[in-house]
Write a protein that binds this ligand. Structure first.
Ligand SMILES: [Zn+2]
Ligand SMILES: [Zn+2]
Length: 304
């Protein structure tokens, strides 16, 4: 593992095998848990819906969730790399909040601070710290909770971002323990249970809804927290000589919708395209180009 004294040579590979294994485990383990839990419920209650289309559908949902978070919280909110048609932008803000529990101001404040100090003793969350990789989850959670409980010290990072009615509503939900004590979690539970009520009685539908949680909420957590914040500063490839420990953990990043090209992103944070070289692919950028073609987005193609 690299330490806070990050190498600055370009084209360095850092434990590439670990990056590949980490991406595969972090991506598919939540789906394996859901698949096993679903099989157990199906064996007991004979739901009769084949597991494969269920998992494929959940993977597509995860991809859309990843797109929403990357497009609106990250590329629009934190880095102003894209303009989004306001109705689409606000729909994506609501969808991203539903899955992360965070509004754009909290998310962007923490993220901009991460860019300002990604490693070292004062980093908000870093796998190169004394507590190592496993602490990345609790550190990320604690940092966001601190920004929610006492937003004043963080306000200087987000003075350019909207503090509109939607943001104030989301902030209220954030303060209710990320929406656990608000309406967000009941809404999420409803989203997970209601579709199953078309094919199963309510008690079984509730069980099936719980089974899908690892592949939805768990996949968002494992992707954004463990893979990007953790593995993306631990192992992979460093095409850019950035003064930090950031790595690309996949070249064709269909797993994290482009966020896995993390070293590229640290090198050019305002660039809305995280793929910088032939052979790299950033699905969120590709989707934003489609939206641009129909007038719903405008990419700020900056190199900085
Ligand atoms: Zn980073
Ligand atoms: Zn960023």
């Amino acid at each position: 593992m690299q330490t806070s004294g990050a190498p600055t040579r370009p084209n360095v590979a850092v434990r590439p095998g670990l990056a590949t294994v980490g991406v595969l485990v972090g991506t598919f383990a939540p789906f394996a848990v859901t698949g096993l839990a679903y099989a157990a419920v199906d064996a007991r209650f004979a739901v009769g819906v084949p597991i494969l289309p269920v998992l494929v559908g959940l993977f597509a949902l995860r991809a859309f969730n990843g797109f929403a978070v990357s497009a609106v919280l990250h590329r629009w909110g934190a880095h102003a790399g894209v303009w989004l048609w306001p109705p689409l932008r606000d729909a994506l803000r609501i969808w991203a909040w539903l899955w992360t529990g965070l509004g754009v101001r909290t998310w962007a404040a923490v993220h901009r601070r991460h860019h300002a100090e990604p490693d070292g003793p004062d980093a908000l969350f870093t796998p190169s710290g004394p507590r190592g990789f496993l602490a990345i989850g609790p550190m990320t959670l604690r940092t966001h909770w601190e920004a929610i409980r006492d937003p004043e010290p963080w306000a200087r990072f987000v003075r350019d971002l909207p503090d509109d009615a939607l943001e104030r509503f989301i902030r209220g939900e954030e303060r209710r323990l990320f929406g656990i004590l608000g309406i967000r979690v009941p809404l999420l539970v409803g989203l997970h249970v209601l579709p199953w009520m078309l094919v199963a009685p309510p008690a079984t539908a509730a069980l099936l809804g719980v089974c899908t949680l690892p592949a939805t909420v768990g996949a968002v957590t494992s992707g954004a927290v463990w893979l990007v914040n953790g593995l993306g500063h631990t192992a992979g490839w460093r095409p850019h000589a950035t003064p930090d420990t950031s790595t690309n953990i996949a070249r064709i990043d269909v797993w994290l919708m482009g966020e896995g090209l993390h070293n590229n992103h640290h090198a050019r944070p305002a660039d809305p395209n995280f793929a910088h070289a032939p052979g790299e692919f950033d699905p969120t950028y590709a989707a934003l180009r489609v939206l641009e073609a129909v007038g719903a987005a405008r990419l700020e193609r900056r190199a900085g």
